[in-house]
Design a protein. Structure first.
Length: 387
């Protein structure tokens, strides 16, 4: 079956954050939204049908994880990511950011040091601060259009940290970490007694030509000293269902986390979260491969458009995900002027690069998970604004 990713779906007026929060956040509603990390593609029919079947039962009662939820997770991560997972390794989590908060409260104490690596997904440091932990910032270097870890600096900064919140693949840079990089992170963290929490929500968005390595799979040190969070939500455009899960292979860490989750009933999902996840992993491979090919073409289109028409703006070409970190530093604008250029002149709503840390100064994050016609319109508006 060939899926239609050129279809325009009217989302405005449906209470979706991407469109209907624009006026509240930017003070105007004439902006083309290219910010929130969900896609404008129709959620696949097999996921919607799984929800419809639940509705047709006629009772929206308490629901336990279905057998196919466990089975399809196990089969999916084995086939897609070469991971060997058993049922007891899996725990339902109602969203990965929430999972990170649960891990913070389970494995650290107030005032403990927790490392994040900016520029990075901003909830990493926000939830850490809000839960009264000390954030240690180990900034990534941007070299030749990609983010890189300075391991000498990493080894110094990790000292005394109880936890590392790690983005794998990286957001907003779109970097797929190499196995030797992950192995080195694992060894350093093991040596320092630092638990690694690996956010792998973008794993299934790894683009053709690249291979995602789940942190826990790269070495025994990584496997025994980590919590991995995964979800079908980004890849299959179903984030509103809050259907995520943890994979923990160290029995002691797993037991401690599961007891924490169960003691407050955090590990109970809604009935649609289980069935939709199972359907995505059972029936979604063809849809996902077609979507990734379309997104890759959108990325290539953006790269060529910038080179041809807006050479002062370049990009960190993503190796995973539909998010592009635009490097606007050659425009010579301060951050306020840069944001005003995108908002007031280009009439676009993008994520301000400094949202991801001060290392994002001079950058804006663009979401290309949309029909090509929408992307082309946005880029032409930007071209006209830059002049």
């Amino acid at each position: 079956m060939k899926y239609n990713f050129d279809e325009i779906i009217v989302r405005k007026g449906t209470d979706c954050v991407k469109y209907d929060a624009v006026k509240e956040l930017w003070g105007r509603d004439d902006l083309l939204p290219m910010w929130v990390a969900d896609m404008d593609f129709r959620t696949p029919d097999f996921i919607v049908n799984s929800i419809r079947q639940q509705l047709d039962q006629g009772v929206l009662g308490y629901t336990q994880p279905c057998k196919s939820w466990y089975d399809n997770i196990i089969q999916w991560v084995r086939k897609r990511h070469d991971m060997k997972v058993q049922k007891e390794d899996i725990c339902f989590v109602p969203g990965i950011v929430r999972g990170i908060v649960f891990a913070l409260n389970c494995f650290t104490q107030p005032d403990d040091k927790v490392m994040v690596m900016p520029p990075v997904y901003h909830p990493f440091f926000l939830v850490t601060e809000h839960n009264n932990r000390q954030v240690v910032y180990n900034h990534l270097d941007i070299i030749d259009g990609q983010v890189h870890i300075d391991f000498e600096r990493f080894e110094q900064d990790i000292k005394g940290c109880k936890m590392l919140i790690f983005c794998n693949p990286h957001n907003p840079g779109g970097r797929v970490w190499k196995m030797d990089e992950l192995q080195r992170v694992a060894e350093i963290c093991k040596k320092n007694g630092t638990l690694v929490v690996s956010d792998e929500i973008h794993a299934d968005l790894t683009l053709p030509g690249y291979k995602h390595h789940s942190f826990s799979s790269v070495s025994e040190a990584a496997r025994m000293n980590s919590i991995t969070f995964m979800a079908p939500s980004k890849a299959f455009n179903m984030p509103g269902l809050s259907s995520s899960y943890s994979l923990i292979f160290n029995p002691e860490i797993r037991e401690r986390f599961n007891v924490f989750m169960e003691s407050s009933e955090y590990s109970m999902g809604n009935m649609f979260a289980y069935s939709a996840c199972a359907a995505a992993y059972e029936q979604g491979e063809d849809w996902l491969n077609q979507m990734l090919a379309y997104v890759q073409a959108n990325i290539d289109f953006t790269e060529q458009f910038l080179k041809d028409y807006i050479p002062a703006i370049s990009m960190l070409k993503p190796q995973a995900s539909y998010l592009i970190f635009l490097d606007c530093r050659k425009l010579g604008l301060d951050q306020e002027e840069l944001v005003n250029l995108f908002v007031d002149k280009a009439h676009l709503a993008l994520n301000d690069g400094t949202m991801f840390g001060k290392e994002g100064k001079g950058f804006m994050r663009l979401n290309v998970g949309c029909p090509r016609s929408v992307l082309e319109k946005a880029l032409k508006q930007l071209q006209q604004a830059v002049g």
